[in-house]
Design a protein around this ligand. Structure first.
Ligand SMILES: C[S@@+](CC[C@H](N)C(=O)[O-])C[C@H]1O[C@@H](n2cnc3c(N)ncnc32)[C@H](O)[C@@H]1O
Length: 284
């Protein structure tokens, strides 16, 4: 590990501890426009270190940015996985709102991190809300957040986060909504797809939606004969979430399985995905 890598996470943690007033002063739009292009400062100016409105609302801990090398020290895995940062709740809600009736479905966040999407999914009548992450520390935090939500909203579906590398997941089953916020690169994405295809081929998975926020590896799913497009758009951040994540809008593409498919409902579902780099993809 280089000295820069060793110092980066403590530096980010120290910035995250600054009072919100100090962080807001640092994040004026003009400063942000310039600093977001500078190495290391890019992470600070992503806005991920600020305490997100959802955490202020629920007293949970889903904010922060955790470097890939902190998540996973295995050099063979680290180049494939992306750092932890939370996705924007309003984008998750708008995506889930396109699906229609999800009664009886299980929500699965692949690379759930601290579990922000799990909290949002628990607002919906899923049978169960599940998350998998390679970092045991993040999974511990996600389960503490889940407990806080269960205490406050006992009628919501149960939330559970599990420490696992998705490369080794047992075949999933039932009716599923699989959510991802740009967790990793194309090799792991292909491994995940093969797992889902096996479940569809055997009938273990009856119907499947894949909701992919920042679909950098969207080609992997477009090429599968087991899937077809359901929805594709750029969703802008809600005004109250602007400055709490690196972008101002996210591309979101949704696929559904051919098995058990619902009638097509969105004419713009086949919009093209242009991947700019490993952190950004635009739906055109
Ligand atoms: C960008 S974060 C997304 C967090 C969360 N889904 C959200 O939207 O707020 C990506 C997460 O994927 C996890 N991840 C990366 N590779 C993984 C793997 N092979 N197995 C399980 N989790 C993985 C990382 O640890 C990280 O927490």
């Amino acid at each position: 590990m280089t000295l820069r890598n060793t110092l980066k996470q403590p530096f980010l943690n120290a910035i995250a501890m600054l009072p919100d007033r100090a962080q807001r002063a640092m994040l004026t739009p003009r400063m942000r426009r310039i600093c977001i292009h500078l190495p290391v400062l890019r992470a600070v100016y992503s806005g991920c270190l600020r305490r997100h409105p959802i955490d202020l609302q629920y007293g949970t801990d889903t904010s922060g940015l955790v470097d890939a090398l902190v998540l996973q020290r295995d050099e063979r895995l680290v180049h494939e996985l992306n750092p932890y940062m939370g996705s924007q709740p309003t984008i998750i809600r708008r995506a889930l709102d396109t699906l229609g009736d999800i009664g009886g479905y299980t929500f699965v966040d692949i690379g759930c991190g601290k579990g922000r999407p799990l909290i949002v999914a628990s607002e919906y009548p899923f049978a169960e809300v599940l998350g998998y992450d390679i970092s045991s520390d993040l999974v511990e935090t996600a389960n503490a957040n889940a407990a806080a939500i269960a205490r406050r909203f006992p009628a919501r579906p149960p939330i559970r986060a599990v420490n696992a590398n998705v490369a080794n997941l047992a075949t999933l089953s039932g009716k599923l909504v699989v959510f991802m916020f740009n967790p990793f690169g194309p090799d792991l994405m292909t491994t995940l797809l093969r797992n889902l295809e096996a479940g569809l081929a055997s009938g273990a998975i009856q119907h499947l939606f894949i909701v992919y926020d920042i679909p950098v590896c969207g080609r992997v799913f477009d090429d599968s004969t087991y899937l077809r497009r359901w929805f594709a758009t750029m969703f802008p951040y809600d005004p109250h979430e602007l400055g709490f994540g690196p972008q101002v809008e996210d591309g979101v593409v949704i696929w559904q399985s051919v098995r058990g498919a619902r009638p097509d409902a969105f004419t713009t579902r086949n919009r093209r995905i242009t991947t700019k780099d490993r952190f950004s993809a635009v739906v055109e």
